[in-house]
Design a protein around this ligand. Sequence first.
Ligand code: COA
Ligand code: ZN
Length: 327
Amino acid sequence: MNAGPGRIEINEVGPRDGLQIEPAFVATDDKVALVDALSDCGFARIEVTSFTSARAIPALADAEAVMQRIRRRPGVVYTCLVPNLRGMERAFDGGADELNLVMSVSETHNRANLRMTREQSTAQLLAMLERAQQAGVPCNVSLSTTFGCPFEGDIAPAEVERLAHRFAQAGAAGITLCDTTGMAYPTQVAELCASLAASLPATAPLTLHLHNTRGMALANALAGWQTGIRRFDAAVGGLGGCPYAPGASGNVNSEELVHMFACMGVDTGVSLAPLLEVVATLPRVVARELPNQLLAAGPRLRTHPEPAWLAGHFGQGETERPQPLSP
Ligand code: COA
Ligand code: ZN
């Protein structure tokens, strides 16, 4: 599905990227209820879970049960992350509509996260793309540490382009550029997105996966959008982070992304009110406090009753404001 200029697609990754790093195990019932509530908000896609090794990602060890029990809302694409062929077969059995394959552009982060060299991962992903084509299940490829690696620092854009083209040619249904630990900045995002979007085939549209580790996620999303990116990953409540990337913290908040684009007149398909209701349930789900600016302030046009003292300071028809009593 290609989003037009006035419309963007949000892939809600909170249940996967969000819950994978939470210290308290979230009960299967709560995961299912979270996905079901998100289904009713209008997201184009929901990344429900990952079929990884339970030792690597214990928080998502109940992937089969979650996939079996969620309510499928027509029109929503339910996707799952898979790190290897074994995970892919599990995801097929679990009925995933689409899969998200992953590897890192950084050699060190790839070894830490997937216990493989980039060469091994590339071979594995190419085999997975072939297998998925036989099964008729579309696969997106997420490239981690695209804008910087917590171990290696800057990443050469040419390496990102090389891998993106390789997987697009091998049949990937999309390529996601992941800012795993919030190292991206707006001009960098704009340059890489513009260059890649111009050279990738239309069959592999780009998605931006941003983390707000350094407070630049919304600015980066806007920079990407201005260059024509129409697909974004985001996590409800700003949950998220990779357990194998030091200093990783939350994704761009889904509700902030939806609110920003709504202010700009860009249709995300997502309704803010039910989404904020989901945000309000999160502290109970993840068993920790989760301060949230947008939940506290409300949407920008939430107005308040004028202060009662104002009436006493202005007579009828009086337009000039009196000097304030105190600064
Ligand atoms: N699902 C379930 N179990 C799996 C699995 C999968 N997809 N892949 C491997 N395993 C199991 C193996 O059977 C083995 O189990 P055992 O120790 O009980 O025999 C164990 O996991 C280790 O298997 P091995 O092939 O040696 O893998 P590894 O230890 O080299 O780990 C990965 C490789 C890819 C499986 C693991 O690093 C992983 O799941 N990483 C995911 C990281 C992630 O999701 N990061 C965040 C998102 S970017
Ligand atoms: Zn992430």
